[in-house]
Design a protein around this ligand. Structure first.
Ligand SMILES: Cc1cc2nc3c(=O)[nH]c(=O)nc-3n(C[C@H](O)[C@H](O)[C@H](O)COP(=O)(O)O)c2cc1C
Length: 240
């Protein structure tokens, strides 16, 4: 038997990753009888926790909606597909911080920067100035509550993508969900004591579990030439 080389490992990783991306499909119906094993759930949460965020601020949380009645209420009042939201093994609400929690000197930011990441308290003011400059003159969201929230929601969507991809790599199906009436969903989560809407609101949901049957249509995507264009001379990368 020959020892696998680094090139073999690379080819294998590439093949496994592509296979996962090709097999992942938005799952429209979940097998209600199947539950994701705890160690796979823990794996997915670790993937979420390790996901990168802008400025490393981690302005999201994951709420595990285990309560079946809560799920049914969400479908009844906020809309969405019951086969995804009720039957899935796990239904996650990924929340994002509101403008009040994103403002540079917020309690949430101080917690992450000083308590979690160890930034000296004496340097927090300077960090606030830099982050404030990012939000206002660079990113242009300051003063616009929706744009501020959407900045945090962008970070939540990175978590979403990582969860779906990592899930696909270990045989867990998923469907991202943003078809709900958000105001209703926020109200239900607030009533359940799951969020304080002053500081946190729903960004997106994701249903996780095992598909019931195979998808009816193949995944159709734009051709690569529509997706990727090289500007200027490419040295070693894509052909245009
Ligand atoms: C952010 C996001 C939100 C989505 N919301 C819903 C949804 O609310 N309900 C639903 O059935 N599918 C939803 N989808 C699934 C998409 O329609 C699906 O991913 C897309 O049509 C491509 O199909 P594929 O994932 O099978 O390749 C969502 C997908 C994404 C990425």
């Amino acid at each position: 038997m020959t020892t696998p080389t680094a090139a073999d490992a690379h080819a294998h990783a590439r093949q496994a990753t592509l296979a996962a991306f090709r097999s992942r499909r938005a799952t429209k119906a979940f097998d209600p009888a199947r539950t994701i094993p705890d160690d796979d759930v823990d794996f997915l949460f670790e993937i979420a926790r390790l996901s990168p965020t802008s400025h490393g601020l981690e302005p999201f949380r994951i709420l595990v909606l285990a309560d079946r009645q809560l799920r049914a209420d969400l479908v009844a009042k906020a809309g969405g597909v019951a086969a995804q939201m009720v039957d899935a093994s796990h239904l996650l609400a990924i929340t994002a911080n509101t403008a009040a929690a994103i403002r540079p000197d917020s309690v949430q930011n101080r917690h992450v920067k000083v308590e979690v990441q160890g930034l000296p308290e004496s340097e927090f003011g300077t960090w606030c100035e830099r982050f404030g400059d990012f939000l206002s003159t660079r990113y242009g969201a300051w003063g616009n509550e929706r744009a501020m929230f959407d900045w945090a929601a962008r970070q939540a969507y990175i978590v979403l993508g990582n969860l779906m991809t990592a899930g696909a790599m270990i045989g867990i199906d998923s469907c991202a969900l943003e078809g709900m009436v958000y105001a209703e969903a926020d109200a239900i989560l607030a009533d359940a004591g799951a969020i304080d809407p002053a500081t946190e609101r729903l960004a997106v949901m994701v249903a996780l579990g095992y598909r019931l049957g195979e998808p009816h249509r193949p995944a159709i995507r734009r051709p690569l030439a529509d997706v990727v264009r090289t500007i200027g001379s490419a040295h070693s990368g894509h052909r245009s």
